[in-house]
Design a protein around this ligand. Structure first.
Ligand code: AMP
Ligand code: GLY
Length: 427
């Protein structure tokens, strides 16, 4: 089989690594990919939003399966274009990817189908949003409706701060057109957990849980980022919580989408908050998480191609989805200054140390090869150093040890990825 992966980050490197393990696969292409993905796939210089070129490439190379890793092309309808061209593709159609593409849509869906989430109101008029804030409780959460690179959420402590937030989202368009409409919602407290799942339109099979660390600095300080590290599984995600979520959140969401005529096939990523009143949905994504994929996929025992094909064919109920009974931790190595200003083009040393080391992975996010064939940094998040272990403690020790193998100028990382697990161990 020939497989094409669309995307260029650590998530796509993790997907490619899983795809490569499948005995069904002969050749992997990635558009546009990165230097690390280029070691296991042929990278083609086509951007994820160049739909016509992607379809033409897939036809020309007779690609058997295309996997869309990123949100933008999914929300923009790349799956529809592939399907209309008679090509096999993994990822929701545009009318289903709206689950991630519009927060107003997803909130209204949850309300209509009584899926637990924070109380909210939606606004497409700044004056009405400002008037609503006068009677609200604080802190309060403001969300731009559309895709905003995970940055369109503001948590406001006071009325003044919230009013400034509404103005910057709706009037100054800080997040562009994503702010034409916005959601104002109740502030929830609790531990966050990410649960990713495979969906075939009617059946849903969840993967092992994970937790991200979104802030740039230790102790959850600093700016929001695309994610500085993850661990899997989350010890806070108990069997009791899982039973509740399977019934009232996961299957309910798949059924709700089908009832709306928006059959969802692909990945649903449930961003959950474990509140004192039970689990509630923070957000949905229509794709693997980044860097959640980097800790979940290495632990997956089932052939990823088999699962994805079952999602497309509507036969997911026949798949026995299995994960290893261990743990994984991913520590993101960034270029100091991320997510604001950072240098690119810095030489990366030590990558060869990961070769042939079982249970260790160095997923590339922002890297490329220079004219001499050396690996250099090409983004804020550079690498996702991942290690497995018998338990979270061991996985964390292994992952941090492996971060020492890599060296580049301005290398920056958080030192407390997975530290929360010490609470469970009573340390
Ligand atoms: P989202 O992109 O919707 O996941 O929001 C980004 C982050 O903002 C989440 O991971 C939470 O940490 C925080 N957040 C979002 N919504 C809420 C809420 N209703 N209450 C508290 N924190 C929230
Ligand atoms: N790690 C969060 C996300 O992928 O949206």
């Amino acid at each position: 089989m020939k497989v094409l992966i669309v995307g260029s980050g650590g998530r796509e490197h993790a997907i490619a690594t899983s795809v490569q393990k499948s005995p069904k696969v002969d050749q992997i292409y990635c558009a546009p990919g990165n230097a690390g993905i280029g070691q296991i796939a042929e990278c083609v210089p086509i951007g994820a939003m160049e739909f016509d070129k992607l379809v033409a490439f897939a036809k020309d190379k007779q690609i058997d399966l295309t996997i869309i890793g990123m949100d933008d092309p999914l929300v923009g309808g790349l799956t529809d274009m592939f399907e209309d061209a008679g090509l096999r593709v993994f990822g929701p159609r545009k009318n289903a990817a709206i689950l991630e593409g519009s927060k107003a849509f997803s909130k209204d869906l949850m309300k209509k189908y009584q899926i637990p989430t924070a109380a909210y109101e939606t606004f497409d008029d700044a004056d009405k949003a400002l008037a609503y804030l006068e009677t609200a409780d604080f802190p309060i959460v403001l969300k731009a409706d559309g895709l905003a690179l995970g940055k369109g959420v503001l948590i406001c402590q006071s009325l003044e701060e919230a009013k400034d937030g509404v103005r910057s989202i709706m009037l100054d368009k800080q997040f562009g057109a994503a702010g034409n409409c916005m959601v104002i919602e109740e502030f929830m407290t609790g531990r966050e957990v990410s649960v990713l799942s495979y969906v075939d339109g009617k059946t849903i099979k969840t993967m092992t849980s994970a937790q991200d660390h979104k802030r740039a600095q230790d102790g959850d300080q600093g700016l929001n980022t695309g994610g500085m590290g993850t661990f899997s599984p989350s010890p806070f995600y108990t069997e009791e919580i899982d039973t509740f979520c399977q019934k009232y959140i996961y299957q309910a969401t798949v059924d709700a989408m089908a009832a709306e005529g928006r059959t969802f096939k692909g990945i649903i990523f449930f961003g959950l908050m474990l509140t004192p009143k039970g689990p509630k949905v923070l957000e949905y994504n229509a794709r693997f998480g980044d860097p959640e994929a980097q800790v979940v996929l290495p632990r997956m025992k089932t052939d990823i191609i088999e699962v994805m094909e079952a999602c497309i064919d509507g036969t997911l109920d026949t798949v026995d989805l299995q994960f290893e009974d261990n743990a994984a931790v991913c520590v993101v190595l960034a270029s100091d200054g991320y997510p604001v200003h950072y240098d690119k083009g810095l030489e990366i040393r030590g990558l060869e140390q990961f070769e042939d080391k079982d249970g260790y992975y160095c997923f590339h996010a922002g890297t490329k090869l220079d004219e001499n064939g050396k690996f250099i940094t090409n983004g804020g998040r550079v690498l996702g150093v991942t290690a497995k272990g018998a338990d979270l403690k061991e996985a964390r020790a292994n992952a941090y040890a492996a971060t020492e193998w890599i060296d580049f100028d301005n290398k920056y990382m958080r030192h407390d990825i997975g530290k929360a697990i010490d609470e469970v161990n009573g340390e």
